[in-house]
Ligand binder design. Structure first.
Ligand SMILES: Cc1cc2nc3c(=O)[nH]c(=O)nc-3n(C[C@H](O)[C@H](O)[C@H](O)COP(=O)(O)OP(=O)(O)OC[C@H]3O[C@@H](n4cnc5c(N)ncnc54)[C@H](O)[C@@H]3O)c2cc1C
Length: 295
């Protein structure tokens, strides 16, 4: 299938991209990052922008580690995120989640900015940025804006990005001694998460002092699971506490909201949700500093 005709523009700096978005403020514009969602959508799903702005901005393809946080540029590919020593050392959840995205071709071309802006309900990175308490960095014509991940995802394909805005990166706090993990039931054809769960768990004096848990694939957007988090805090991080906390996922996600498609019914996704939240927590527990074995 061929896409409908469109005008092609190329931006080599963020300022140039801003100018192009401004110039075409009355048109339907799409950003071309890795192209792994946009191009298939233009070829087979009838997405037909008037203008495509190709982002060719080296400054956005960078990972900058600071004292307590790492900033990942919007054009950074999953492969570079997965291979990043800085992220593996300081914020491993995002690196490990990026390694789980699709296949090698997707990981070599797809970008974190495109992934977050596309907000596919089964995308992997949104769960990691939510559980990491990350912040999405945006540029618009008149300046910059920062949106916490918890306020970024609004629905299937819907985010806090406003018309004429560009995602420039994501700021990920370092997780220190926390145990982190991402677990997913992979869609057999595409690699997207049927359901995925990300966990960041801190333990002090043998009890959970802080937990952040997020799920993707279950409903129309990635979400935090506050009831699961609350159920863990103050508990010894053992299998019993993990199973009890995972069962609280149903308090956060009403069964009527669960996605249902030819691959998995809502009921099955509900079962996957509890199972994969527990798996992520079990793996995080094995890695958290100072936690005794969970068995
Ligand atoms: C076969 C297949 C399997 C896949 N499997 C997975 C998977 O397992 N897990 C997963 O998470 N994803 C998966 N994906 C999606 C893939 O990760 C895409 O790369 C991602 O969703 C979009 O990133 P991109 O860089 O390719 O963006 P593009 O396709 O270039 O753009 C996507 C959308 O984001 C907008 N956009 C892009 N960059 C910006 C920006 N900087 N600022 C504002 N808007 C922007 C564009 O306008 C467009 O609407 C899969 C895709 C395919 C085709």
């Amino acid at each position: 299938m061929f896409p409908a005709d469109f005008d092609y523009e190329r931006a080599t700096s963020v300022d140039e991209a801003m100018d192009l978005l401004d110039d075409h403020a009355d048109a339907e514009v799409e950003i071309l990052a890795g192209g792994h969602s946009l191009v298939p959508a233009m070829k087979t799903e009838g997405r037909s922008p008037d203008v495509v702005v190709d982002l060719d901005v080296p400054a956005l393809d960078a990972i900058n580690a600071l004292d307590d946080r790492t900033v990942v540029g919007a054009l950074t590919t999953y492969a570079d995120i997965a291979d990043s020593r800085a992220l593996r050392a300081n914020a491993p959840l995002l690196a490990e989640t990026a390694a789980e995205v699709g296949d090698l071709q997707i990981r070599n071309r797809g970008t974190i900015g495109g992934n977050l802006a596309e907000a596919h309900p089964g995308a992997d990175p949104p769960a990691a940025v939510l559980a990491s308490d990350a912040t999405i960095l945006l540029r618009h014509r008149d300046g910059k804006r920062e949106v916490p991940a918890t306020e970024f995802f609004r629905g299937d394909g819907e985010t806090a990005v406003e018309y004429g805005e560009l995602v420039t990166g994501v700021r990920v706090p370092h997780t220190g001694d926390a145990g982190v993990a991402y677990a997913k039931k992979t869609h057999p054809a595409t690699g997207y998460a049927m359901v995925g769960a990300a966990a960041v768990v801190e333990v002090a004096e043998e009890a959970v002092s802080r937990a952040r848990v997020a799920a993707t694939g279950a409903v129309d957007r990635a979400v935090r699971l506050p009831s699961v988090e609350d159920a863990l805090v103050g508990e010894r991080l053992d299998s019993e506490a993990i199973d009890a906390a995972a069962s609280e996922a149903h308090a956060d996600i009403d069964s009527e909201r669960l996605r249902s498609d030819p691959y998995a019914s809502g009921e099955f996704r509900g079962e996957l949700l509890e199972t994969y939240v527990a798996r992520a927590l079990e793996s995080a527990a094995e890695r958290v500093a100072g936690n005794p074995p969970t068995a």
